[in-house]
Design a protein around this ligand. Structure first.
Ligand SMILES: [Zn+2]
Ligand SMILES: [Zn+2]
Length: 396
């Protein structure tokens, strides 16, 4: 009785109604008041033990199975992005400048549907389920840490202690029907860097009397390209991207300072340390060679997201059984995007899987974080069926 595809299809109107409502009322990270309120109300209606305010706006529903067993945490993120929606959908955002452009409206709706299904089958569960509705996955949004870490600070992995986690992402880079469950690293770890080059300003026509931080900035951007091409092995992966360069106010003035910002992405911890070490050496070395004083910080945003072997194998088995018509992909699929579920999976064995959600015939194929992003809602059926069935299989 753990094949929940039929139930997922029957409950689709519920999932879709929730999704469209969340989509029309998106909320930024740590401000998911309305969203969290609906989540809490729905979980309470099922009779679950609900805790609000876990990690500020996070909500946790606790379901005790009929028989003793491990505790499984299912995580769904709830936050939207500061983007002006341009989809023209009938359920378009009513909150100007805020949009569900990553699919977290879908994740929250999938989570509530899974809770409904598993609650109806709690007599068959040997163990407990924590339904974890997480705020602020997309960044810290002004707080010290992001949503996953904030919930962990508030003890989401304790009382009872969580033994395993499952989580998912609707994935618009791949078509509806694609289901990806893979062992090992699946999402990159991310660092954010900020560099300040302090030179000596002066007249643009008399550069010999200045120390030009813009020339130094240009050299640094070029020199840093050698890290990935010359310090990272050909079969390893890393990204070094400069995304902000600021400096200067007038065409005839060499500025005093320039700032550079950007991000580093890696999967392997050793590669990560090599890249950061070379990056610091090159930035400092080149900046100082150009005569500038260099101030820099490299801050870790998230570790790499790594799927544990055993629980992932179980999810793979379940996926093949309950979604026989799907295009199953268990190959390493490394995405350079970052995901803060990595913090929970650093502490607890977990499996994070992807559900293909684009449909080019319906023009639902813009990438995540695009103002025209929208997904094929049918993908939520696959998400619900796999999440509910995998949880039930694990707690069999
Ligand atoms: Zn996102
Ligand atoms: Zn996302």
């Amino acid at each position: 009785m753990t094949d929940f595809l039929k139930q997922a299809k029957e409950l689709f109107p519920y999932t879709q109604t929730l999704r469209r409502d969340f989509h029309m009322h998106p909320e930024l990270g740590f401000r998911e008041i309305r969203t969290g309120g609906i989540v809490a109300k729905e979980l309470e209606a099922l009779g679950l033990e609900v805790t609000k305010g876990v990690g500020k706006t996070g909500v946790v529903g606790f379901l005790e199975g009929a028989k003793p067993g491990p505790t499984l945490l299912l995580r769904f993120d709830m936050d939207a992005l500061p983007i002006n929606e341009d989809t023209g959908a009938e359920y378009t955002s009513t909150n100007a400048g805020v949009m569900h452009a990553c699919g977290h409206d879908g994740h929250t709706s999938i989570g509530l549907t899974v809770a409904k299904i598993l609650n109806a089958h709690k007599n068959e569960l040997a163990g407990n389920i924590k339904f974890c509705f997480q705020p602020s996955e997309e960044g810290n949004n002004g707080e010290e840490v992001g949503g996953a870490e904030m919930m962990m600070r508030d003890g989401v992995l304790e009382n009872p202690k969580v033994d395993m986690t499952l989580s998912l992402h609707l994935w618009n880079e791949k078509p509806l029907g694609w289901v990806h469950v893979a062992k090992g690293p699946v999402m990159a770890g991310a660092e954010q860097f900020k560099i300040k080059l302090i030179g000596k300003g002066g007249h643009g026509a008399i550069p010999n009397l200045t120390v030009d931080p813009l020339v130094a900035a240009a050299q640094i951007v070029s020199a840093a390209q050698s890290i990935v091409s010359r310090n990272v092995g050909p079969l390893e992966t890393a990204v070094v991207s400069f995304t902000i360069i600021n400096g200067g106010t007038a065409f005839n003035v060499i500025p005093q300072e320039a700032t550079l910002e950007g991000t580093i992405r890696t999967f392997d911890p050793t590669v990560r340390l090599t890249v950061i070490k070379r990056f610091e050496e090159i930035v400092r070395g080149v900046g100082e060679a150009m005569g500038c004083k260099v101030e820099m910080q490299v801050k870790q945003l998230t570790p790499a997201l790594i799927n544990a072997e055993q629980v992932t194998e179980k999810v793979q088995e379940t996926a093949r059984r309950i979604l026989p018509a799907a295009n199953h992909d268990n190959n390493p699929y490394l995405t350079m995007g970052a995901e803060d579920m990595a913090y929970m999976q650093e502490k607890v064995n977990g499996c994070y899987f992807f559900i293909g959600s684009n449909n080019s015939e319906k023009h639902l194929d813009y990438g995540h974080h695009h103002p025209k992003f929208d997904f094929d809602e049918q993908a939520m059926i696959n998400g619900v069926a796999l999440m509910a069935s995998a949880a039930a299989d694990i707690l069999k």
